[in-house]
Design a protein around this ligand. Structure first.
Ligand code: UDP
Ligand code: MG
Length: 140
């Protein structure tokens, strides 16, 4: 299995509750390395562009409001099978369905305010990394 990179967001519900360190520890304990990281406050338009694949879904407007309501921490995580591993550490979208010990089981407040985003495939990981980071900011 080759080294892989994936894109992660620590969402506003988590930064608001000062959970950044606790969530990064979950990634690091799972063998994922933070190779880029920045704390930024998205505009609603920037959140809308990032989540445009969900534009027709009923929760889209609420999701964009939420994602622009407070700072996020955008990160690139590197490791063996990083995309799948990150999704495992995150847990299911709805915290009620998330396995014990996962980030969403421990920290998420609801299906919408669920503490973390993670890319779901190699193509989306590459697109999402490029949306937030330049090559110079990926420092290994
Ligand atoms: N979401 C929501 N209501 C839903 C499904 C999703 O508010 O019924 C939000 C939630 O924040 C989720 C994001 O939209 O993380 C993207 O949805 P997706 O299905 O891609 O879930 P994820 O990949 O984040 O697990
Ligand atoms: Mg998704």
């Amino acid at each position: 299995m080759a080294l892989e990179r994936t894109f992660s967001i620590i969402k506003p519900d988590a930064t608001r509750r000062n959970l950044t360190g606790a969530i990064v520890k979950k990634f690091e304990d799972a063998g994922l390395r933070v190779v880029a990281s920045k704390r930024i406050h998205l505009t609603k338009a920037q959140a809308g562009e990032f989540y445009k694949v969900h534009a027709e879904r009923p929760f889209y407007d609420e999701l964009c409001e939420f994602m622009s309501s407070a700072p996020i921490v955008a990160q690139v995580l590197e490791g063996e099978d990083a995309i799948t591993k990150n999704r495992e550490v995150m847990g299911a979208t709805n915290p009620a369905d998330a396995a014990p010990g996962t980030i969403r089981a421990e920290f998420a407040e609801s299906v919408g305010e669920n503490s973390v985003h993670g890319s779901d495939a190699p193509e989306t990981a590459a697109e999402e990394i490029a949306y937030f980071f330049s090559g110079l900011e990926l420092v290994g």
